[in-house]
Ligand binder design. Structure first.
Ligand SMILES: Cc1cc2nc3c(=O)[nH]c(=O)nc-3n(C[C@H](O)[C@H](O)[C@H](O)COP(=O)(O)OP(=O)(O)OC[C@H]3O[C@@H](n4cnc5c(N)ncnc54)[C@H](O)[C@@H]3O)c2cc1C
Length: 247
């Protein structure tokens, strides 16, 4: 397995940006000065020209949503948090503007030499590292089952839906299961939170695959509840449950 690249500080120039949902902005940056080497699952830390509540420079972490491609570009998905200084700064950025970044960082990494099949559980922009991992696995020619359980409020909140549905058609080992916490009356899919669906989906995957891993990413409350189901109820060992908390 290749080792993660050491983090470095660089200028991240915003190349393009669009609103994917009411609250989530997709943002493509490029690293000034050359290619950005990272691994799927890693994140960058932005150093904002702002101070936090203690008067220290404001830093915030963002998972890279694109797979490594040897270029200077990387994509992020940013949830707008009301009165949140970091996310509001990012949502207000215009193409051409540059922000100081430090990365790549993090150890939320699937080994590429012998990765286990995976159940990825995400809410909101917690999907970002899993999008990177799925594209990375496909680019590496992997065929183990990769299933995503993705929780959002409404059908309009599903990120990268057309892209992920196309991947499902092209690669039967990939599956996207969406659950909505505020479904419209005519919604025929899963309802409620990811916590309510993880048992059944895990059982289905574990019946097909010898030893899948579970991966969880998103806000802390969801992450802890899903982890409790997997570890305490279903008895998965610690080493097979990977989690990245957005706080
Ligand atoms: C390793 C790591 C990776 C991260 N990756 C992403 C990412 O890819 N996209 C992203 O939008 N955020 C991500 N975050 C969260 C991000 O770092 C900030 O916490 C977030 O942007 C809020 O910062 P703020 O200054 O706007 O608001 P603050 O005033 O700092 O608000 C903090 C509040 O926002 C909540 N919050 C944080 N992130 C989210 C979120 N994504 N959705 C809903 N509520 C949230 C926290 O629970 C907390 O209550 C990541 C965090 C970590 C530690």
């Amino acid at each position: 397995m290749t080792h993660p690249h050491p983090p470095e500080t660089f200028g991240a120039r915003l190349v393009e940006t669009s609103l994917a949902t009411e609250r989530v902005r997709l943002m493509t940056f490029e690293r000034e000065g050359g290619p950005f080497h990272f691994r799927a699952g890693q994140w960058v830390n932005f150093h904002f020209p702002l101070k936090d509540e203690k008067g220290h420079p404001l830093h915030r972490a963002y998972s890279i949503a694109s797979a490594p491609g040897g270029t200077s570009r990387f994509e992020l998905a940013i949830t707008h948090v009301n009165a949140g200084p970091g996310s509001e700064f990012l949502h207000a950025m215009r193409p051409g503007e540059v922000l100081e970044a430090r990365g790549p960082q993090g150890t939320f990494l699937r080994p590429l030499d012998a990765p286990a099949p995976a159940l990825f559980v995400a809410t909101g922009t917690g999907l970002a590292p899993f999008r990177a991992m799925v594209h990375d696995a496909i680019a590496a020619g992997r065929k183990e089952r990769l299933w995503v359980l993705f929780g959002v409020r409404t059908p309009q909140d599903v990120l990268w839906e057309a892209e992920l549905r196309a991947l499902e058609k092209a690669h039967p080992f990939f599956r996207l299961e969406v659950t909505l916490s505020r479904p419209p009356p005519d919604w025929g899919g899963r309802r409620g939170h990811v916590q309510e669906h993880v048992r059944a989906l895990w059982a289905e995957l574990a019946a097909l695959e010898p030893a899948p891993d579970a991966w969880i990413c998103g806000v802390k409350k969801m992450l802890l509840e899903v982890r409790d189901v997997l570890r305490k109820e279903l008895g998965l060992p610690r080493a097979r449950v990977h989690a990245e908390s957005y706080g």
